[in-house]
Design a protein around this ligand. Structure first.
Ligand SMILES: C[S@@+](CC[C@H](N)C(=O)[O-])C[C@H]1O[C@@H](n2cnc3c(N)ncnc32)[C@H](O)[C@@H]1O
Length: 229
């Protein structure tokens, strides 16, 4: 047995606060990556099933080939990796607020992206809200996991993304028939109702994703809507 310990792999401060990437090794020798933003635990890779489901649920609702996907929030890269795992996907653009995280990905510190060798992947530093406003649009899928969901924000500035005007902008960035999917750390009935009530939205629904963690059940969710054709 060894003592549980953490090792910092990268730490940086900038306009959007501090970001820390660290490896936690448990007493039985299991190692996991953790992302901490402004001192608040953002995520780890103990169970990345819901981050991957965000991509899978959106893509299985998308018809056709040569799909173009926008991912808001790189995190540990699992949503982007799941999008790349779909052979119908031709391009995955990831927009990430923290420059340091994009740099660590480029240095191969995120195993999910296996050294960024996939030519369909493009990582950009920026605010996904700006990317959605400025285009180019016509995405087949927009996948948003920039925060814990509407109920528990790490960045207050992200609140606008989950309001009607932010949701309308995200929907407008899709091609007709394209799918918007939003990860949430809990059931999000208000987000679902807002999406369902938007002009030009169709098929709004919520997929509940229960996960067992440390003996506790967590009800994560993905909320989806399609831009009406
Ligand atoms: C919970 S993580 C995303 C996890 C990711 N789905 C994965 O599979 O690992 C949230 C990420 O969004 C980034 N972020 C927060 N606000 C953002 C914004 N407005 N635009 C782009 N990225 C943002 C954070 O820096 C963080 O890397």
């Amino acid at each position: 047995m060894i003592d549980e310990h953490t090792e910092d792999l990268g730490r940086a401060s900038g306009a959007h606060g501090e970001v820390l990437l660290r490896r936690r090794t448990t007493a039985d020798g299991e190692a996991h990556l953790e992302l901490v933003v402004d001192g608040v635990f953002a995520m780890d890779d103990v169970d990345t099933s819901t981050e991957r489901r965000l991509a899978a649920e959106a893509l299985r609702r998308c018809a056709g080939d040569a799909l173009r996907v926008l991912v808001g929030g790189l995190g540990l890269g699992w949503t982007a990796a799941a999008a790349l795992a779909d052979p119908r996907v031709a391009a995955v653009d990831v927009v990430e607020l923290q420059p340091a995280l994009v740099g660590w990905a480029a240095r191969g510190l995120l195993p999910s992206l296996a050294g960024l060798s996939d030519r369909r992947l493009r990582l950009r530093v920026g605010d996904v809200a700006d990317a959605l406003r400025s285009g180019p649009d016509g995405w087949d899928a927009v996948l948003l996991d920039v925060d814990n969901g509407p109920g528990f924000l790490v960045h207050r500035s992200n609140a606008a993304l989950y309001r009607r005007s932010g949701l309308a902008t995200a929907l407008a960035a899709l091609r007709p028939g394209g799918v918007l999917a939003i990860w949430s750390s809990g059931p999000a009935p208000e987000l679902l109702a807002a999406l369902a009530g938007l002009a030009g939205s169709a098929d709004a629904e919520q997929v509940l994703l229960p996960v067992e963690r440390d003996g506790r059940r967590l009800d994560y969710a993905v909320v989806l809507a399609r831009r009406a054709a």
